[in-house]
Design a protein around this ligand. Sequence first.
Ligand SMILES: Nc1ncnc2c1ncn2[C@@H]1O[C@H](COP(=O)(O)OP(=O)(O)OP(=O)(O)O)[C@@H](O)[C@H]1O
Ligand SMILES: C[C@@](O)(CCO)CC(=O)[O-]
Ligand SMILES: [Mg+2]
Length: 392
Amino acid sequence: MEVKSRAPGKIILSGEHAVVHGSTAVASSIDLYTYVSLRFSAPSSSDNEELLKLVLKDTALEFSWPISRIREAFPESVALLASTPTSCSVECSKSIAALVEHLNIPEAKIGLASGVSAFLWLYSSIQGFKPATVVINSELPLGSGLGSSAAFCVALAAALLAVTDSVSVDVSQQGWHSFGEKELDLVNKWAFEGEKIIHGKPSGIDNTVSAYGNIISFKSGKLTQMKSNVSLKMLITNTKVGRNTKALVAGVSERMLRHPDAMAFVFSAVDSISKELTTALQSPIPDSLPALSVTQIEEKVEELMEMNQGLLQSMGVSHTTIETVLRTTLKYKLASKLTGAGGGGCVLTLLPTLLSSNVVDKVIAELESNGFQCFIAGIGGNGVEISFEHSS
Ligand SMILES: Nc1ncnc2c1ncn2[C@@H]1O[C@H](COP(=O)(O)OP(=O)(O)OP(=O)(O)O)[C@@H](O)[C@H]1O
Ligand SMILES: C[C@@](O)(CCO)CC(=O)[O-]
Ligand SMILES: [Mg+2]
């Protein structure tokens, strides 16, 4: 049997970075997914060594470890953790570092080391020492602010947990299906442990929105699902400048240590922006004059996005390419903000309902002439899902 899972990426509408320091943030899932396929190997009857194989399709890399090496690296107790999400101890992270060092990951792809480490922790904690092949591929650009690391951890946790006693799922169901609340909560908690290995100090918003889907507001580890009355259309521009969320989050924390009072006001302003955004998105739209009402909400959202972007600049996470996107879209009177950790990566631009398709085409053409890549993703869809394939 093959277990498959898929977990969506996300956009942050307001509150990135500040959410790590306790402010409210608002995020939505997008319809671009990371897929995981898990297949256990038949027990080896010959002298062939039993292996754990990881195939990373997006980067065309394959890694494998003899199961005996994994057994040596982790204490037996690690393999009994499936129902109790646990952080990787200092001892275990040293063992994982040794397993990853042996792989000789090319310098240009060294960012993958943290993802492979998260994989090893999730696999051995949830599945123990079983030989298997895990294949991962994604529709998301990696390391670009669309939550690729969270989608990776959520999809992995889901596939691994789906075949344990800790989760009750009906393996005879056909096609993609969701988990129950209790199961989702376990998937989300494990994914958070993986995100900790990749992000250092994650707030948990990215794995939570990838697990639960929809539009959520999130503060201090607690999510509130939102019923938005407007369907926002967002243009996503990938500046294609690579960056690393862990380093950017650490940079903001260092700035906070240098200027605690000023940064406290910045985080508090972001909290107010996210709360206003939550109210605006949920405001009732009267039956009469709907277009006018939607336009008023969109104008509010645009202003809040601009204010949030200003505060992200003051946290030091903007980038010259992000500024180019802001200037270009402003020429067309459109509001933009970075999304995710910033420092490059992706920028959101609100496309108002009444905006003509002619203007959309022009702004996309101008952005793409700078070497950026533009796309429109569907927002607010389902969270993580699984599917079982029984070979005949
Ligand atoms: N499909 C994948 N294959 C292999 N590794 C992946 C994959 N998706 C994510 N990763 C891991 O996650 C890292 C990128 O995570 P990072 O948090 O820096 O960016 P992001 O999650 O895309 O953006 P943000 O955190 O701002 O939303 C990669 O360097 C890699 O270690
Ligand atoms: C930058 C950050 O706020 C969002 C990254 O998508 C980090 C986090 O919340 O973990
Ligand atoms: Mg990330």
